[in-house]
Design a protein around this ligand. Sequence first.
Ligand code: PEP
Ligand code: MN
Length: 267
Amino acid sequence: MTISVDNQLGLTLAPGLTLGGDDVVMMAGPCSVESYEQTRRVAEAVASAGMRVLRGGAFKPRTSPYSFQGLGEEGLTILRTVADEFGLLVVTEALAEAHVSLVADYADIIQIGSRNMQHYPLLWAAGESDKPVLLKRGFMSTIDEWLQAAEHIASRGNKRIILCERGIRTFETATRNTLDTNAISLVKQISPYPVIADPSHATGRADLVIPASRAAVAAGADGLLVEFHHDPSEAWSDGDQSLPLEDVIRFKQEVGRVAAAMGRRLI
Ligand code: PEP
Ligand code: MN
């Protein structure tokens, strides 16, 4: 893979909120949007910690077809309503090509999930959108394949791309995936796009999310996508890796110290 990079492209999401600059940008919220009340509780905690981007899935890529698949458009409505109440931006997944324009109507950032990293028609549709696209690394994809996938988006005109390292499958089974911190540092050097990390899916364990976040920030991540839930034991998806809302402030303090050591600010 030979994309040579002269300069990093900072991506301004909103006034005072740029990915790839001095700030490490938090994107926090539930794995799935379950209800208005659940999403509002999480958003309130996220906003009161000074974080500016709310995550949450309305279309869920579940390994089993019998697991909760997401609330669909109702979930998008909930996300937008709650985010507007607290002045947050929304990042949420488009699972299929047919969802891209619908998701773009409600969201500020379109997420492409790990399982879809090489779903080219979806990448092309996102590349034709005017919204930033958060491209997760396929959990069995090489760095080269990941960057080529980003090029599929860019080739359709949309260069507002955020690369997200979310853990890869290795021989290790003690954790859900393995956070590839090499990839964060390398991709920062060889790609023009901001790079963020998802420590929730990378570890699969709530007790490892803060340590993995610190490692990602130390490796140079420009942002973090993190799952929180008001009652992780009752979450409809990914409860084991979701942090409780009581940890929002602790997260900011503990990860913020590493950001400060890197000359950056966690917001
Ligand atoms: C998610 O962010 O909830 C998600 C499904 O992530 P991934 O595509 O990385 O598995
Ligand atoms: Mn999840």
